[in-house]
Design a protein around this ligand. Structure first.
Ligand code: CUA
Length: 319
């Protein structure tokens, strides 16, 4: 099995990739062949049958038609497109029908990150972790606008819509890390909505599951908060260095006065931060848009505590 990238296409890292690439190459080379044939004959004919000095008009002398030639240019292209249709349809069925023994991952797209929920209760943000040689069914939906889940190495691309489920599946056939993109323009940070699919050996996957399901008990809350800040994609919108992004910076927020869009204000405390994580639209900081999605169900209580502790620590540093 050839598992290297070519000049045209990325690494074929799923079970359907080889077949799709073969069809793609077939269409590509057929098109190239006819492009060169037709263009070549146009050039040859234009030179060979050009008007020369002393030519007289002989418009009545040319052949009116040629039966074998006309039959050939009907039959040959028809056979070619039929081959492409049958080949493409079989590939489409293979990509569409999810194998019965698939493991199911719930995929949620929202501005501007991906989150993944695994059958055993683990979850991850932006990076999808899967075992090798295992069919994986993706049950996908969006919290807000249309996103699109795209893993070039798997030849998988599917729009992710609000208010309904979309399904895709793949079976990775090699261990490694592969790019994951949002490929539907979804707003300001669309280009940051990227991640990796981490394909692990079955043993490594089992270990990863165990580790991420248990969580980070006994870890220093500030340290855990710092990890969550990256792992849960807070950093997409909130800086920790004082610069505003799509949302206010975390630096120096805690214990300070915050002005809201409705004209009210308060001093940021633990409850304000907790509310902003779980019901982000309850209080909108003046000068920002109400674009943050809720983290209800995405964070455990201990993780919210850790984020509060981390934001507190940033407040202290700024004094
Ligand atoms: Cu989500 Cu583009």
């Amino acid at each position: 099995m050839d598992t290297t990238a070519t000049f045209w296409l990325p690494v074929p890292a799923s079970t359907v990739a080889q077949d799709i690439d073969a069809l793609w190459s077939f269409v590509f080379w057929i098109s190239t062949f006819f492009f060169l044939l037709i263009l070549g004959m146009m050039i040859v004919f234009a030179i060979r049958y050009r008007r020369r000095a002393g030519d007289v008009e002989r418009l009545d002398k040319g052949p009116s038609h040629n039966n074998p030639l006309e039959a050939a240019w009907i039959i040959i292209p028809t056979l070619i497109v039929l081959v492409i249709f049958v080949w493409g349809f079989r590939g489409y069925m293979k990509m569409t029908v999810v194998p019965a023994n698939s493991m199911e991952v719930k995929v949620t797209g929202q501005k501007w990150f991906w989150s993944f929920a695994y059958p055993e209760g683990a979850s991850s943000v932006n990076d999808l972790v899967v075992p090798v040689d295992t069919p994986v069914k993706l049950l996908m939906s969006s919290q807000d606008v249309i996103h699109s889940f795209y893993v070039p190495a798997f030849r998988v691309k599917r729009d992710v819509l609000p208010n309904r489920y979309q399904v895709a599946w793949f079976e990775a056939n090699q261990v490694g890390e592969f790019d994951l993109f949002c490929t539907e323009y979804c707003g300001t940070s669309h280009s940051d909505m990227i991640g990796k699919v981490k394909v692990l050996s079955k043993a490594d996957y089992a270990a990863w599951l165990e580790e991420s399901t248990i969580g980070a008990e006994g870890m220093d809350p500030v340290e855990l908060g710092r990890k969550l800040y990256t792992a849960k994609a807070c950093m997409t919108c909130h800086s920790v260095d004082g610069n505003p992004g799509n949302g206010p910076t975390f630096k120096g927020v805690f214990g300070h006065h915050v002005d809201f869009a409705d004209g009210s204000s308060m001093t940021a405390d633990e409850n304000y931060i907790r509310e902003s994580i779980l019901s982000p639209r309850a209080k909108i900081v003046a000068g920002f848009q109400p674009i943050m999605p809720t983290y209800q169900g995405l964070l455990k209580d201990a993780e919210i505590d850790a984020l509060v502790a981390y934001i507190k620590s940033l407040g202290a540093e700024s004094e």
